[in-house]
Unconditional design. Structure first.
Length: 291
């Protein structure tokens, strides 16, 4: 699902106070004073007009348009600088809110995760009634939902579940908040799918740790971690391996009743499980395999 910052609505027009809006008496008084001053100065150094500033005025709206062009072109560094200036120039307006939420988006696209989280958290805190609040929650979830392993991670066969899962838990909380507060939001269906994916990833992470303990002979720790995966994520696909790790760990510990109980549950829920015939080695893949 492609994501791009939403529009907060019609942007406010910049109000320019022109000289013609002043009252005529005030204008006549100002002109008379200027003529008198000019006449006095002409006796000494002459009266001259101030130099004209040929540089066009930089407005928030102009900077915002330039930032959008940079975003479309993928020039996120330039877009970041422009959006930061827009925030300052248009403070207190819808344009400033729009710039702030798009700044978080740009920082996320530029892989500046910490800065993006700071920006989007500030937006949510300062704009609790914003029409884009559902999008902000969704974007906060996406910022934490980093499933890009990079080239080295792919070549080494690393899985998302083998990484630290704190960001995944934060992403799940953001998506959960969106689903509960905005069940009709257009971002909610995708958020639900990502929540299910995260739960499966968290369960697989627990199994990954249990497998690590088992291979190093820490059978008590392996059994406890596998049992935690089964208890917290009973519907996750990785519970099949978790049950096998429990069974194998209890067998190593010579705890026959616990081993038999784990095997019974495994056979009941996964009667054709390959773990029962091939063990853990059956699911190992070569480091060079990319699929």
């Amino acid at each position: 699902m492609s994501v791009f910052p939403v529009s907060l609505g019609a942007l406010p027009r910049v109000v320019v106070v022109r000289l013609a809006t002043l009252s005529r008496p005030a204008l006549r008084g100002s002109r008379a004073a200027a003529v008198a001053s000019c006449g006095l100065a002409a006796l000494l150094i002459g009266c001259s007009s101030p130099p004209r500033n040929e540089t066009p005025e930089v407005t928030a709206e102009r900077l915002y348009r330039e930032a959008r062009d940079d975003i479309e072109a993928g020039a996120y560094d330039r877009a970041t600088k422009s959006l930061e200036r827009v925030e300052g120039l248009a403070a207190g307006t819808l344009l400033a809110q729009q710039a702030q939420i798009e700044l978080a988006y740009v920082q996320w696209k530029a892989t500046e995760r910490t800065a993006a989280l700071t920006t989007i958290d500030r937006f949510i805190k300062l704009n609790p009634s914003s029409p884009a609040l559902d999008y902000a929650m969704y974007l906060r979830g996406l910022i934490n939902f980093n499933d890009n392993l990079g080239l080295l991670g792919i070549v080494a066969g690393q899985k998302l579940s083998e990484r630290d899962q704190r960001a995944s838990r934060d992403a799940w909380q953001s998506f959960k908040q969106l689903v509960e507060q905005f069940p009709q939001s257009k971002y909610t269906p995708d958020a639900r799918l990502r929540m299910n994916y995260i739960l499966n990833s968290l369960a697989e992470y627990e199994v990954h740790v249990a497998r690590y303990y088992f291979r190093r002979g820490a059978y008590v720790a392996a059994a406890n971690r596998a049992q935690q995966a089964v208890s917290e994520y009973p519907q996750a696909p990785s519970t099949e391996e978790a049950l096998f790790l429990m069974m194998a760990s209890y067998d190593k510990l010579q705890l026959a009743p616990l081993r038999d109980a784990a095997e019974r549950v495994l056979r009941q829920n996964h009667p054709q499980s390959a773990f029962l015939t091939r063990g853990l080695d059956g699911y190992e893949r070569p480091w060079w395999q990319l699929w």
